[in-house]
Design a protein around this ligand. Structure first.
Ligand SMILES: O=C(O)CCC(=O)C(=O)O
Ligand SMILES: [Mn+2]
Length: 262
């Protein structure tokens, strides 16, 4: 299975999930929805409802409403219940596709009925922009538009079919993207029709890991030992570990942007 580059840092792996894997991921998504029902998110300030319905799994979930706008939170906005965990089969996709990025904290589940769409936007509510966003598509094909890091950059459109994976990372982590429309009855996977999209996200910057963390710990230990030896009151309050602050290639499935109604 090979990935093609849609824009710098934005790659598409067509057919990443075969049919039986798609069925398994869909079953996991349905279990998530049973615990955390799809709801209609609302735009900040205006309160205008989005056409895409959403839920989440993972320690954090992306939500939006009129009063508090775009944000991550640990509980479902309507039930107040913590999001269910990210299913193992979905975590496997992150391990396959996200390189050595730290574990994802949120998996946003979008459901697009046949008339739903998602305007051009950046995924930028995460503190950790070093980790990629990994997207999995299930069900009817979606017409995905992706450009550069400026809204005015040229965009291209590609059909995302059931089982396709997209990674936005590196130079493409903040690429503008959206879903222009759903092509109805292009898949038999989702019995009620429409399309699910899952995006896995790392939200907060990780603590220093591995060798760096070990070195920081050793430095701290040495400093503490010396300070204690000099004077018992020389201790200062400190945090235990530093936190790192924080035009498409040609392809059959790809359409020239001009042919896509927006
Ligand atoms: O549905 C898709 O393919 C993209 C979803 C997306 O961009 C998002 O949820 O932020
Ligand atoms: Mn997005």
């Amino acid at each position: 299975m090979s990935a093609i580059t849609l824009q710098p840092g934005v790659t598409l792996t067509s057919g990443y999930l075969d049919r039986s894997a798609q069925e398994a991921v869909l079953a996991a998504v349905r279990a998530v929805i049973a615990a955390a029902p799809l709801y209609t998110p609302r735009m900040p300030r205006s309160g205008k409802p989005m056409s895409v319905r959403m839920t989440n799994c993972g320690p954090l979930g992306w939500v939006t409403d009129a009063a508090r706008g775009y944000r991550y939170q640990a509980t479902h906005p309507e039930t107040g219940v913590p999001w269910p965990p990210i299913p193992d089969i979905v975590m496997q996709a992150w391990r396959d596709l996200a390189g050595d990025a730290p574990t994802p904290q949120a998996c946003l589940v979008n459901y697009y009925a046949p008339d739903a769409r998602l305007g051009l936007h950046q995924d930028k509510d995460e503190q950790d922009l070093a980790a990629p966003v990994v997207s999995l598509s299930l069900g009817d094909t979606g017409l995905f538009r992706v450009g550069g890091v400026k809204r005015s950059d040229p965009t291209c459109s590609v059909r995302l079919a059931s089982g396709d994976a997209v990674v936005l990372g590196g130079a493409g982590r903040l690429a503008f993207h959206g879903v222009d429309r759903i092509l109805p009855e292009t898949s038999t996977l989702v019995r009620e029709g429409g399309r699910f999209n899952l995006t896995l996200r790392r939200v907060s910057a990780p603590n220093l890991r591995g060798a760096s963390q070990t070195r920081v710990n050793a430095l701290w230990d040495g400093l503490w030992t010396r300070a204690n030896a000099l004077h018992a009151t020389a201790r200062c309050a400190s945090s235990p570990g530093a936190v790192i602050s924080s035009a498409c290639p040609s392809r059959k499935a790809m359409l020239p942007a001009a042919t896509v109604a927006s």
